[in-house]
Design a protein around this ligand. Structure first.
Ligand SMILES: *[C@@H]1O[C@H](CO)[C@@H](O)[C@H](O)[C@H]1NC(C)=O
Ligand SMILES: *[C@@H]1O[C@H](CO)[C@@H](O)[C@H](O)[C@H]1NC(C)=O
Ligand SMILES: *[C@@H]1O[C@H](CO)[C@@H](O)[C@H](O)[C@H]1NC(C)=O
Ligand SMILES: *[C@@H]1O[C@H](CO)[C@@H](O)[C@H](O)[C@H]1NC(C)=O
Ligand SMILES: *[C@@H]1O[C@H](CO)[C@@H](O)[C@H](O)[C@H]1NC(C)=O
Length: 567
């Protein structure tokens, strides 16, 4: 497609020629898209911050502090994706003037990033769900094109003199499902390029990461067509949150790591690579949040993901919404093992990882991320299988500062065996439930693991175990935790014996049949189980009383409580 004919509407040309191009002091060191993408790996997203709607500070994160970038630097990440939402900052047509205070803020944050030596990708983010949504009924695509051009022209002017560390991404996850939508998005990539090039500065040499519909690997593979007529070095960016059920704790999928699981992840990354053999690829968002996924499964997933991305010459940038990974206030990683697994795998080191159940047909789930001991049972030696991957165990430390000796543990093949004497220091038949120790295991190379010694019992409900489903309201169910203070999975069976939702889960394994989905149906806080309004409304609409079985960690038969919503 000839770019000029596609985007040169009379008004766009008028706007462009009416203004003189930005001139920058100094020089720009050109960098190829391949070198840029290689150098940014691995990267981190400043999520839910400058992309918050209506503005920075209004979601779960306060305005970003520069010290956050020091924390990310210290971890070993090489780049930062800076998602920015512009919607509420854009004035009316025809000029669509962007608030200059906001442009200045974005420029300032970008400087905080690049002054620390990071590569950066700045974008137009949640606008894709608002005015940019060209798939909405009655959308005026011509007007959206003009607004998009004007927005990027102004961003291009403001940021046009930034160094070669800064790349632009036209739009985050543009909506669309059809080839017609894809044609529009292909044109929008060209509109974006025209705008930044018209703005001037160093933009004609700047790296850009172009996008397909949804920044989804399949739709991008099917329909993305590169614009012609521009000199910008370009890469393709896509996002990866798959498999959906594991990543989003849907339908009881708490297990990951079978050969099938691994193969399908590899196939996804391979297919898009085979479609774009000579194009630099960057996965600009991916994650497996420690909030609700099981630790051993999560670490195995992350390790495999990073290795497969490397195998298919693809850079990765972790999505962190501020509640998932780095605790910006305390400067600590909520899951320090995840952070090390990612960095070490990206460096090519071999990680050793706690093993866990991988068989989708299993009826319970074991995990070597924990030493579990149940109240009432005698303390015995505990054997934890690991995937050592050729490494040896170097040592184990118990918090706060004591090193374990050969009287405390031994290594037998790929198992770590803890002695009764060692375990008895922390637990016994009657000890109060809770996390009794954190054990840090270091290996001959790769990330250390941190596993928890947990005394557990079945949690108890603080009140009634039934109530009436009242539409539109979450139900909070007081609970006394006894071990790990969160549910593992929730099953929902109606009074007629049928699943409350998602009947097709009958074809899944026993740990998934009839199970509900985290966030959509259930949640928790420090003192409560929560049935969300999504679950309550489903019960009320179905007019069928439903029993929810909340399962806890370890995910073994009997470690659960029931709560019934009557219709
Ligand atoms: C730009 O945004 C700032 C900060 O939100 C606000 O104080 C100012 O009034 C805005 N300017 C215009 C022209 O809307
Ligand atoms: C390109 O991607 C599509 C969609 O994922 C896939 O069906 C196709 O097999 C891929 N092509 C190649 C050559 O791998
Ligand atoms: C524990 O072992 C590490 C080396 O693995 C050593 O650096 C540290 O000083 C030891 N700590 C104590 C309290 O012995
Ligand atoms: C069990 O452990 C607790 C500390 O967790 C301790 O107070 C208690 O005395 C122990 N009981 C026995 C029988 O050793
Ligand atoms: C274990 O580590 C967590 C943080 O990851 C901490 O909150 C907890 O106090 C530690 N527990 C023990 C017994 O050291």
């Amino acid at each position: 497609m000839k770019l000029q004919s596609a985007v040169a509407t009379a008004s766009l040309l008028a706007l462009a020629s009416a203004q003189s191009k930005l001139q920058c002091p100094g020089t720009f060191n050109p960098i190829s898209a391949a070198d840029f993408v290689k150098a940014l790996n691995p990267g981190w997203n400043l999520g839910n911050t400058l992309d918050a709607v209506p503005e920075e500070g209004r979601w779960n994160n306060p305005p970003v502090a520069p010290s956050t970038f020091d924390d990310i630097k210290a971890s070993g990440f090489k780049s930062i994706r800076l998602p920015v939402t512009w919607t509420t900052k854009i004035g009316p047509p025809p000029t669509y003037t962007v608030n200059s205070t906001w442009l200045e803020r974005v420029s300032t944050v970008l400087d905080q990033i690049t002054s620390r030596g990071f590569y950066a990708i700045v974008n137009v983010h949640h606008d894709s769900l608002e005015w940019f949504d060209f798939t909405a009924p009655g959308a005026d695509v011509k007007a959206i094109e003009e607004k998009f051009y004007r927005l990027w022209y102004q961003i291009g002017e403001k940021l046009g003199c930034k160094s070669n560390l800064v790349a632009f991404e036209p739009i985050n996850e543009p909506k669309g499902t059809t080839m017609e939508h894809a044609d529009v998005m292909n044109r929008m990539n060209a509109v974006f390029l025209k705008a930044i090039n018209d703005a001037g500065g160093f933009n004609a040499q700047r790296v850009v990461t172009l996008v397909g519909l949804g920044e989804d690997s399949i739709k991008t593979s099917q329909w993305f067509k590169p614009p012609t007529g521009y000199s910008n070095p370009w890469a393709l960016q896509y996002h990866y949150y798959s498999p959906y059920d594991f990543i989003f704790t849907a339908w009881g999928k708490t297990i990951w790591g079978s050969d099938d699981d691994k193969k399908s992840l590899e196939t996804d990354l391979k297919l898009i690579r085979q479609n774009f053999t000579d194009i630099p690829l960057v996965i600009g968002e991916w994650a497996a949040s420690p909030v609700a996924t099981e630790s051993a499964a999560r670490w195995k997933y992350m390790d495999h993901f990073i290795r497969m991305a490397a195998k298919y010459n693809t850079a990765t940038m972790l999505w962190d919404n501020g509640a998932d990974f780095l605790d910006r206030a305390s400067h600590a990683w909520r899951d320090p093992v995840a952070e090390r697994v990612i960095i070490k795998a990206a460096q090519g080191a071999v990680n050793s990882l706690p093993d866990s159940t991988e068989d989708a047909k299993a009826t319970s789930q074991t995990s070597s991320a924990h030493v579990f001991h149940k109240v009432g049972e005698a303390v015995n030696t505990q054997t934890l299988p690991f995937k050592l991957n050729g490494n040896t165990v170097k040592g184990i430390q118990a918090s706060p500062d004591s090193n374990l000796t050969s009287a405390d543990y031994s290594v037998s093949g790929s198992n770590i065996v803890f002695t009764t004497a060692f375990l008895n220091r922390y637990i016994n038949t009657t000890a109060t439930p809770g996390i009794k120790a954190n054990l840090t295991i270091s290996f001959s190379q790769g990330a250390s693991s941190q596993i928890q010694l947990v005394q557990w019992d079945i949690p108890t409900l603080g009140g009634a175990s039934t109530s009436k489903a009242e539409k539109g309201k979450d139900i909070r169910i007081p609970i006394t935790w006894k071990g790990i203070a969160k549910p593992a999975a929730v099953k929902a069976i109606s009074s007629d014996g049928k699943y409350l939702a998602d009947d097709w889960t009958q074809y899944l394994g026993p740990l998934q049949q009839g199970y509900a989905t985290y966030n959509n149906h259930w949640n928790w806080d420090a003192g409560n189980l929560i049935l969300t309004k999504g679950a309550v409304d489903t019960v009320a609409n179905a007019k069928k009383s439903t029993t929810f079985t909340f399962e806890f960690w370890p995910r073994v038969p009997g470690n659960s409580v029931k709560y019934t919503l009557t219709a």
